[in-house]
Design a protein around this ligand. Structure first.
Ligand code: HSE
Length: 403
């Protein structure tokens, strides 16, 4: 028998309890033993919960119970969750986490601690919700040198962009729907300003390229400046606006990582990823391009990934399974300013003035545009080159284009 304690009975934590319960027989067969829910830690009262006998308020009950083998951390954040994760690992318990902030900021330290204690620290649910991606990336693609990992990493922003495009909802209406569905972070600014996607690309970069990449090293732009006008212009030329995280291996083993909205070509499979779905694409020198796709947020999809890790550990708690990467070093980070893109630009002015400033451009049109508004696609150039060409223009928005 393997005993599990869940820390935090929010959307994901309650989903983990439900999946452990509804699939109990299958989980027993797959783990080769009973996987029992022993404790749930939460400061709130849940008198009507079917798990009401499991609730405790004091973490030391879990920490000091030698029968607890696996601690599932679904608290979120990097304060209390960090303290409890350290203490659980130090007490010789394996930890399974859905907490991308904690892994992105303290993953190296926690992996070291797990290794010292001979236990597992697994976090499949921290990237891509229910999508199996971290284990395939590190195990199934272990024979490859990976050159890039990129993807739609935030369900809330993808849901908002899709609802704006498909249903003509305002940004606020679409965000409210995402919150009602349990997709958004407690503070949704982490979603819409790109920080959640940033944490996830940091985890993917660390696994793909072998060294910790901290969120503060990753230039991050969210979707708050995207307007329906931009969405319309993108549609007019066969593109979809998507918030992408990208991490690329550069010369001298440097890593270039960033998060930003992109116009993604209709021919790129990422453009067809809609609603709460996420997709992560990787490029390896043996496999070529692969893509992982599924629900990137939500109670049961995320719980599915957490429980997968629990079962993996439960099969043999004496044989730790863990991800590994080396310490981070800011000297290995290269700015995305070195990358060239075609750019989408919306501005006030004339197409003639834009041509003389920027050179070859592809004009775009949308119905209902103000007379002063123009939009166009540029040829390929870096951000600095674009900025210098646009210096004399009244630019309303500029977004990278991905073929
Ligand atoms: N708020 C996150 C998202 C939850 O929308 O993707 C899953 O990490």
């Amino acid at each position: 028998m393997v005993n599990v304690a869940i820390l935090g009975f929010g959307t994901v934590g309650s989903g983990v309890a439900d999946v452990l319960t509804m699939n109990r027989d299958l989980i027993r067969q797959r783990a080769g033993k009973e996987v029992a829910l022993k404790y749930i830690l939460d400061v709130r009262e849940f008198p009507d919960s079917p798990y009401k006998d499991c609730f405790v308020k004091d973490f030391s009950v879990i920490e000091n119970d030698p029968e607890v083998d696996v601690v599932v951390e679904t608290i979120g954040g990097a304060t209390v969750a960090l303290d409890f994760t350290r203490r659980a690992l130090a007490a010789g318990k394996s930890v399974v986490s859905s907490n991308k902030e904690l892994v992105a900021t303290h993953g190296y330290e926690l992996l070291q601690l797990a290794a010292e204690k001979g236990v597992s620290y697994l976090f499949e649910a921290s990237v891509g919700g229910g999508i199996p991606v971290l284990r395939p990336l590190t195990n199934c693609l272990a024979g490859n040198e990976l050159s890039e990992v990129r993807g739609i990493l935030n369900g809330t922003t993808n849901y908002i962009l899709t609802r704006m495009i498909r249903a003509g909802l305002s940004f606020d209406q679409a965000l409210k729907e995402a919150q009602d569905n349990g997709y958004a972070e407690r503070d949704p600014s982490a979603d819409i300003e790109g920080h959640d996607a940033c944490r996830k690309i940091c985890i993917l970069a660390a696994l793909a390229f072998g060294r910790h990449v901290y969120p503060q090293w990753v230039p991050t732009q969210g979707i708050t400046a995207i307007t329906l006008a931009d969405v319309d212009y993108a549609n007019s030329c066969g593109y979809k606006i998507k918030l992408l995280g990208r991490a690329l291996k550069m010369d001298d083993d440097k890593v270039c990582a960033y998060v930003a909205p992109h116009l993604v070509s209709g021919e790129n499979p990422l453009s067809g990823v809609e609603d709460v779905f996420n997709a992560i694409a990787a490029t390896g020198n043996a496999v070529g391009d692969v893509m992982f796709y599924g629900r990137g947020a939500g109670k049961l999809p995320t719980a599915s990934a957490v429980v997968g890790d629990v079962v993996d550990i439960a099969k043999d708690v004496t044989a730790p399974k863990r991800n590994q990467w080396a310490a981070g070093d800011e000297a290995m980070i290269q700015s995305p300013d070195c990358l060239s893109f075609r750019w989408y630009v919306r501005a006030n002015g004339t197409m003639d003035a834009a041509r003389s400033a920027v050179g070859d451009i592809t004009p775009l049109a949308r119905s209902g545009a103000p007379a002063s508004e123009i939009a166009f696609l540029t040829e390929s150039m870096t951000q600095a080159q674009l900025n210098s060409k646009l210096a004399g223009m009244e630019v309303l928005s500029s977004i990278r284009v991905l073929g």
